[in-house]
Design a binder for this molecule. Structure first.
Ligand SMILES: [Zn+2]
Length: 140
């Protein structure tokens, strides 16, 4: 639905790098081709924690689930995909804590912290998220 490049300190710490690139994808559109993931509960900035799904062998993080969307939306680590070039960031977030040597591209939206979805997401992506929320409401 959207690709975040997150420059928050938490993402910097968890990746050991300058930012994390996460693609928000409906959980039912994400298919594990082999094996299973190991879920590790990890603190998050919100205090509600995130569940990081990791490769059981090498422990690389492949996606996260946050308290807000729960299990219905995976935040897939773009760098773990076979074709990460196909998912460049749609928006840079938490740029207030961005590493000073990271130069942002001039035509990609960037916000100091977070944003309102209606201002950044495409209509098609907002529709997809609505469908996820409707399904989630039915099962609760
Ligand atoms: Zn972050």
């Amino acid at each position: 639905m959207i690709v975040h490049c997150c420059h928050c300190r938490w993402c910097q710490r968890e990746t050991g790098a300058a930012f994390a690139v996460n693609a928000m994808i409906e959980a039912d559109r994400v298919r594990l081709l082999e094996g299973d993931v190991e879920v590790v509960v990890t603190p998050s900035a919100s205090g509600k924690g995130q569940r990081i799904s990791r490769c059981p062998r090498c422990r690389v993080a492949v996606w996260s689930n946050y308290a807000g969307a729960g299990d219905t939306i995976h935040f897939v680590r773009v760098g773990t995909l076979d074709a990460p070039d196909r998912l460049p960031p749609d928006v840079h977030i938490f740029t207030a804590s961005k590493q000073p040597w990271v130069i942002l591209p001039p035509h990609t939206p960037a916000v100091p912290e977070y944003y309102k979805s209606a201002e950044i997401w495409s209509a098609a992506s907002l529709e997809r998220r609505e469908r996820v929320r409707a399904r989630r409401a039915q099962t609760q």
